[in-house]
Design a protein. Structure first.
Lengths: 433, 162
């Protein structure tokens, strides 16, 4: 049986393809009703619904949202909510869709979270390159404010909320929450050493919750349907639905909102229209560029955040799934990833700053016919200095996960394509078609 | 020199003056076409920072241009989905085509979050997806001629998608 999408977060933008981002469309499709319902609840009861729903962060780490909220110390004011819309994990494109096509859902989610947390200033850090997204979000905030839905005395509740849209300026590292906070404070976007965690000393050293756009956009659905009904969807500790960004060599790339627990094969075949080009699937990169890879032998693995990590050492991460056919050269893909991490390393930690550049250089010479017999071992050695035991990206000698993330593709090359890499070195050219 | 457009409103937006730094850099870049040394000094005055602190932040972010750039910034993605969908070929074509055009700055960029529309480019940060070398060149020419060019909204570039 062909699986179908579970459209909770993507419902409005599918139902109203031509005007989903407008206030009129939001109002006609139940927009801000969940906010009104939430405002009739006690703030702890809202957090309880989120807890019961089992919602986990959709940005990458998959941390339980209600637990993150619970770390805010009681009675410390002011406190801030920061929404991470700095989506730059390679091949992830869900937050851009949500902010461009349903900004009112995001505003409603921000208002619900802010009321639950006692936050009166919420910030949305929008990736600099998202011109349209920032424009539509700013307009949505202004419209909602003009209508009294947010702003002073929002919805007549007596609760004040200001939402500030802040644009990034081109730096992947700012998707890391402490780098994002530094950037928002007008600093270079470099990660902070934890502790203190943002919940204790975040933005302006005040208690701060940082949540992803999709996480916040899910809140209206959870309040509307109830945490229990939302949590009834999914598998194990991966509850509800989430958006998977499918791309690469597939016939129908796109964002698909799926109940967790379906398989990679269902995602690729039932939604993505199957592999494009010569099969079978040569490899796939789940979770964005930071994860290790999988191959066609793993296609029936379920989309379960914990299982994929415990059993296969990969991540569902940001929800991206990149698929490659038999024509793809794993060395070429790894080189492009190494280039990315070297370019985006902020330079704060030596293993990452130096290691990512050397991984790029060595992969470059392999790709361009100058590889040496010892190069794969050299790459693994460099990688081991960044991610000890080569348990990338889960072990690290760095402050943030960027460095160890760069090691994931090296580990994957060695695990699945060792012979092909060695042949690439020996022949001085690509072994793929 | 004209004042930084919107500076007062920008400064009023944040609990801390320093948070206005990036928005003010955008404002001077929009006004001058790039972030000049004078522009950085102005931002320093508004935020109470030293010019060196402003430079240190400005130089961290790729979207702040510290040398004159073309009126059109053409950003071409070659990341891992565009890589296998014609991104590098698109970049090569546009680089050669606009090598001698001072109005057009072609740059290679990282994933733009439009992998379902690969290969993708942006012109002044507006999305254009499912490009061919020919269609991309036509779009750049449309921008140059001042014609209104429809931008791509996320998830709408493939036939059959709402």
């Amino acid at each position: 049986m062909t699986a179908t999408e579970t459209r909770l977060v993507t419902k409005r933008l599918r139902d109203r393809p031509h005007d989903s981002w407008t206030l009129a469309a939001a109002r006609e499709t139940g927009g801000y009703e969940a906010l009104r319902k939430a405002l009739g609840m006690e703030p702890p009861a809202i957090a309880e619904e989120v807890k019961v729903s089992g919602l986990r962060g959709r940005g990458g780490a998959g941390f339980p949202t209600a637990t993150k909220w619970s770390f805010l110390p009681a009675g410390v004011e002011p406190r801030y909510l920061v929404v991470n819309c700095d989506e730059a994990e390679p091949s992830t494109f869900k937050d851009r869709m949500l902010v461009e096509r349903d900004p009112h859902q995001l505003v409603e989610g921000i208002a619900i979270a802010s009321f639950a947390l006692g936050v009166h200033h919420a910030f949305v850090y929008v990736r600099g390159e998202f011109a349209l997204g920032a424009e539509r979000l700013a307009r949505a905030v202004a419209e909602a404010r003009a209508e009294g839905l947010v702003g002073p005395d929002m919805c007549g509740s007596g609760f004040d909320l200001e939402i500030i849209v802040h644009r990034g300026a081109g730096a992947y590292i700012c998707g890391e929450e402490t780098a994002l906070l530094n950037s928002l404070e007008g600093e270079r976007g470099m990660p902070r050493i934890r502790p203190p965690f943002p919940a204790i000393a975040g933005l302006y050293a005040k208690p701060t919750v940082v949540n992803n756009v999709e996480t916040i956009s899910t809140l209206p659905a959870i309040i509307r349907m109830g945490g229990e009904a939302y949590g009834a969807l999914g598998v194990e500790r991966s509850r509800g639905s989430r958006i998977f960004s499918l791309s690469g060599n597939v016939n129908r790339p796109g964002n698909y909102e799926l109940e967790l627990g379906l398989t990679f094969r269902q995602l690729i075949d039932d939604f993505g229209g199957g592999l494009r080009g010569p099969g079978p699937v040569k490899f796939l990169i789940p979770g964005g560029a930071s994860s290790q890879w999988l191959t066609d032998e793993h296609l029936d693995v379920p989309l379960d955040m914990d299982l994929v990590t415990q059993k296969y050492g990969v991540m569902l991460g940001s929800g991206a799934v990149m698929v490659y056919n038999q024509d793809a050269c794993p060395v070429r893909v790894a080189l492009r990833l190494a280039h990315f991490f070297a370019h985006e390393s902020c330079g704060k930690c030596t293993p990452c700053r130096e290691g990512t550049v050397w991984m790029r250089k060595v992969l470059y010479r392999i790709e361009h016919g100058e590889g040496r017999d010892t190069d794969l071992e050299l790459l693994l050695d460099v990688g081991d200095n960044i991610s000890p035991g080569l348990n990338a990206p889960f072990s690290q000698t760095t402050i943030c996960p960027l460095g160890p993330s760069a090691v994931s593709c090296i580990v994957s090359l060695n695990k699945y394509f060792r012979d092909e890499v060695l042949a690439h070195v020996k022949e001085g050219k690509c072994q793929a078609a | 020199m004209s004042p930084i457009p919107g500076a007062e409103e920008i400064l009023a937006r944040y609990p801390s003056k320093r948070s206005a730094l990036m928005p003010l850099l955008y404002a001077v870049q929009d006004r001058d076409g790039w972030v000049t040394e004078d522009g950085m000094h102005e931002v320093a005055e508004h935020t109470g920072l030293s010019p060196a602190e402003v430079l240190s932040v400005c130089s961290f972010y790729t979207m702040f241009k510290r040398e004159p750039a073309g009126k059109l910034i053409v950003s071409v993605c070659t990341s891992v989905s565009c890589l296998v969908n014609g991104g590098p070929e698109l970049l090569d074509h546009l680089r050669v085509r606009y090598a001698d055009d001072p109005d057009v700055t072609v740059e290679e960029v990282e994933c733009l979050a439009a992998s379902d529309g690969a290969p993708v480019m942006q012109v002044n940060y507006e999305f254009h997806e499912r490009m061919t070398p020919e269609s991309a060149e036509r779009i750049v020419e449309d921008y140059k001629a001042g014609r209104l060019v429809p931008r791509t909204v996320s998830g709408t570039s493939r036939e059959g998608t709402p």
